[in-house]
Design a protein around this ligand. Structure first.
Ligand code: GLA
Length: 379
C-alpha cells in the first residue's frame, strides 16, 4: 500500500514537476524601460527571443520594431533593421523607422475622401496629400502593451484607441498589433481594429531592413510575387491602373538585384526616385501568400515576407540622405535600407476599383504579415 502510494507520488511529481518539453526551449520575453515621452510617460521595450537566438525588440512608442537580430550563414548574429539606440532618436523627425503606421498607411490624395456621402478632410503632411496617418499618426503615439506569450512563443500585444476625428478620420478606432516570435524563425505581426463609425483603415509596419550591414542595399536580391503594380503620378498617388510588370524594371518575379535596374530611364522610377511603388500581389485576396523574398548574397541572410494583404509597397530608401545618424552613430545614406510595407493599395478610399479599406461598426479589420528568417548556403 505504502509502496503504491510512493509510486503514485513519484508519477505525480514527474508529470507535474518533472522537466517539461517547453522548458527545453530558451524562448523568452523580457521588458524594461526604454526611455520617456516628452510628457514624462515611460516607454517600454519588449525583447522577444526564440530558442535559436533570434531576437526582436519592440517599443511601446509607435509599436516600433527597434531591433531584429538574425544569424548570417556562419551563425553570426547582427541587427538587420535601421533605427536608434534610444528614445531621443525616435522622438526626432525620422522616416517611420520600425513603426506601425496608421490609421492609413501610405497616401490618400489631397488628404480627402468621401464615405457614405460624407466628405472628410485629413491632416496633410506630404505636399497636398496625407501620408501614413497624418501629422501625428500611429507611429508617434504610445501604445499599451500586454504580454501574450504562449508556450514557446513569446508575444506582445499593443493596443491604441484612436479617438473619433483624430487626424480627420471618423470613428473611435480600437487598434491592436501583436508581434509573436516562433521557434521556426517567424515573426508574425497581426493587426486588428474595430470602430464605432464607418471609417478607413490600412495598417502596416515600416521597418527598414539591411541584411548585409553594407552602406546600401543595392546588391540584395529581391523577388516579389506580383504580375502587376500600381503606377503613380508626380505626388506618388496611384493613377488607378494595374500595370503588368512584364518588360519593366518592376518585374521582380525572378530574383533580381535591387540595384540592377534602379537607375534605368523608366518614367515610374524617375517619379519615385527609385522604387517607391505598390505591387499587386498574386495570391488570392485575404489568404496568406508570398509577398517578397530578399536574399543578401554576402551574409546569406534571407528575409521572406508573407501576408494576407493584397499589396506591398517596395520602397528602396530613396529619401534617406545621410542626415540621420542611427544606431552606433551609423550614417543612414541613400538606399541604406529598404521597406516592404504589406498593405492595401495607396489612395484606396478614392479608388473604388481597388480592394476596399472601409471598416464598418460590427466588422473587424484583421490582417497578418509574417517575416521569416533563414540563410542561403550559396554565395
Ligand atoms: C513610404 C513612402 C515613401 C516615403 C517613406 C518615408 O514608404 O511610400 O514615399 O514617404 O514612406 O520616408
Amino acid at each position: 500500500m505504502m509502496l503504491r502510494a510512493t509510486a503514485l507520488l513519484c508519477l505525480f511529481w514527474l508529470t507535474a514537476c518533472g522537466p517539461k518539453k517547453e522548458e527545453t526551449s530558451n524562448a523568452k520575453i523580457e521588458s524594461r524601460p526604454f526611455g520617456k515621452m516628452p510628457s514624462g510617460q515611460e516607454v517600454d521595450l519588449f525583447t522577444l527571443t526564440n530558442s535559436k537566438g533570434i531576437e526582436a525588440g519592440i517599443i511601446t512608442y509607435g509599436a516600433r520594431l527597434v531591433s531584429l537580430k538574425t544569424p548570417d550563414r556562419s551563425g553570426h548574429f547582427a541587427d538587420i533593421v535601421l533605427g536608434f539606440d534610444n528614445m531621443d532618436g525616435y522622438l526626432k523627425e525620422n522616416p517611420y523607422f520600425g513603426a506601425v503606421v496608421g490609421r492609413y498607411g501610405n497616401r490618400i490624395a489631397k488628404g480627402a475622401f468621401t464615405l457614405d456621402g460624407k466628405a472628410y478632410t485629413l491632416a496633410r503632411n506630404n505636399g497636398d496629400n496625407s501620408l501614413h496617418g497624418g501629422v501625428k499618426g500611429f507611429d508617434k503615439v504610445l501604445w499599451a502593451a500586454r504580454d501574450v506569450t504562449t508556450s514557446g512563443a513569446p508575444g506582445v500585444e499593443f493596443t491604441y484607441l484612436s479617438p473619433d476625428g483624430e487626424e480627420g478620420y471618423p470613428g473611435n478606432l480600437l487598434a491592436k498589433v501583436t508581434y509573436i516570435l516562433s521557434d521556426d524563425n517567424q515573426l508574425k505581426i497581426e493587426y486588428s481594429a474595430t470602430t464605432d463609425k464607418t471609417t478607413v483603415v490600412n495598417m502596416t509596419n515600416h521597418a527598414y531592413y539591411n541584411l548585409s550591414g553594407e552602406p546600401d542595399i543595392l546588391n540584395h536580391v529581391l523577388t516579389i510575387d506580383a504580375d502587376r503594380f500600381t503606377p503613380v503620378d508626380a505626388g506618388l498617388i496611384p493613377t488607378g491602373e494595374l500595370k503588368p510588370v512584364q518588360g519593366t524594371p518592376f518585374d521582380f518575379r525572378k530574383p533580381t538585384a535591387i540595384g540592377a535596374r534602379i537607375n534605368d530611364s523608366d518614367p515610374q522610377l524617375k517619379l519615385g526616385g527609385g522604387y517607391d511603388h505598390n505591387f499587386v500581389l498574386n495570391h488570392p485576396e485575404r489568404e496568406m501568400g508570398l509577398a517578397a523574398r530578399v536574399t543578401d548574397p554576402k551574409s546569406g541572410r534571407v528575409l521572406e515576407v508573407q501576408t494576407t494583404e493584397p499589396g506591398v509597397q517596395f520602397y528602396s530608401g530613396n529619401f534617406l540622405d545621410g542626415t540621420i545618424h542611427g544606431k552606433g552613430n551609423k550614417e543612414y545614406g541613400k538606399r541604406s535600407g529598404f521597406c516592404l510595407e504589406t498593405q492595401h493599395y495607396p489612395d484606396s478610399p478614392n479608388k473604388p476599383s481597388f480592394p476596399s479599406t472601409v471598416l464598418r461598426p460590427n466588422d473587424r479589420y484583421t490582417t497578418t504579415t509574417v517575416l521569416r528568417f533563414s540563410v542561403s548556403s550559396g554565395t
